[in-house]
Design a protein around this ligand. Structure first.
Ligand code: AMP
Ligand code: MG
Length: 318
């Protein structure tokens, strides 16, 4: 079948209340009609996602935003103009049209317009906003290819294959405040870029939501995972795999996956989840070590994912 036939088929499934995995520019999403609570419930079931973790609604037209939120703040439109379609999710007061199951009972809803032609066509043809978290089991590594989805989710109705995603990490999530906005999750759209439009509120102590994007553990490989540190030099690395960035730490490792050929942070973001999947699937290794990067700009988003992947494997927990 041609890609357009596949998109039509996937859109028909969504209209029928079924669940479809599809590519976005960030990671693959697991999508259902956001206005159909029964369809949305299937997303939670397939992902084994706890019901307290709200979903992001994907739209293809700014008019859909108006139906989903009562917020008419002009900054929303400025941000949409600058960053949509793109990897920015805005958390806004929800309208009564949004079912409670989408937002886990919160009075707010996360909305974004993805910058991926297949995703946009799918949403348009589905003729509804599409609720879609990442298409992985809860807490596990996010998928950047259709094969990654297949590996984790055997019971999804259909996987729309659009090749490898080209941003590779989840969207930046923001919430507007009276004075500017606060960043709820770091992504490829950085604080510096957002500051071209509004100021960033650093007082993050009012983030009370308990959701995986904000939990300490997430994106976790099934094998022991750690961030490279000075202790690593003395370790036996004959059964270890390295996610390599600078190329300087590679000696002694059984398997090395280079995420960039020229130490480019965007490449790290694009390739990091794929590298985790490859090393998780390599039977010759039992430990995955990832090279850290400085925490500024995109480095914040990368280190956020690495820390969450490593959290369950900390020495003091094992
Ligand atoms: P995922 O699509 O799997 O990357 O997860 C979506 C994430 O978006 C959740 O885990 C939350 O962190 C965040 N999110 C979605 N809706 C809201 C909301 N209404 N308020 C705050 N965070 C949200
Ligand atoms: Mg996710």
């Amino acid at each position: 079948m041609r890609l357009s036939d596949n998109i039509n088929y996937a859109a028909k499934l969504i209209q029928d209340g079924r669940v479809v995995a599809f590519p976005t520019e960030t990671v693959y999403g697991l999508g259902a009609n956001a206005l159909n609570p029964m369809a949305v419930a299937k997303i939670y079931e397939i992902k084994e996602r706890p019901s307290f973790d709200p979903l992001i609604i994907h739209i293809a037209d700014i008019r859909q935003l108006e139906a989903l939120t009562n917020c008419r703040d002009k900054r929303v439109y400025q941000l949409a103009e600058r960053f949509w379609p793109g990897p920015l999710t805005m958390v806004l007061p929800k309208s009564s049209k949004v079912p409670e199951i989408v937002t886990s009972g919160l009075p707010t809803v996360g909305i974004r317009m993805p910058n991926n032609a297949i995703a946009m066509e799918l949403i348009q043809k589905s003729n509804c906003p599409v609720a879609a978290p990442s298409a992985n089991k809860f807490g596990r590594i996010s998928p950047t290819t259709a094969a990654h989805v297949r590996k984790q989710l055997s019971n999804v109705d259909y996987i729309l294959d659009g090749g490898k995603t080209n941003v590779g990490i989840e969207s930046t999530i923001i919430e507007l405040t009276d004075t500017g906005c606060k960043i709820l999750r770091n992504g490829i759209i950085t604080q510096e870029e957002l500051e071209t439009i509004l100021s960033i509120d650093d007082r993050t102590n009012h983030v009370t939501l308990s959701a995986p994007g904000m939990l300490k553990s997430h994106y976790s490989p099934a094998k022991k995972f750690m961030i490279a540190d000075s202790e690593m030099f003395a370790m036996d690395k004959s059964k270890a795999g390295l996610i390599s960035f600078s190329g300087k730490l590679e000696s002694g490792f059984k398997n090395v996956i280079k995420v960039s050929s020229n130490a480019n942070l965007t490449d790290y973001a694009v390739n990091m989840f794929e590298a985790m999947h490859l090393l998780e699937d390599d039977n010759d290794i039992d430990l995955i070590i990832a090279e850290p990067v400085p925490e500024s700009g995109i480095g914040n988003a990368i280190m956020d994912r690495l820390r969450k992947a490593a959290y369950n494997w900390r020495q003091d927990l094992v």
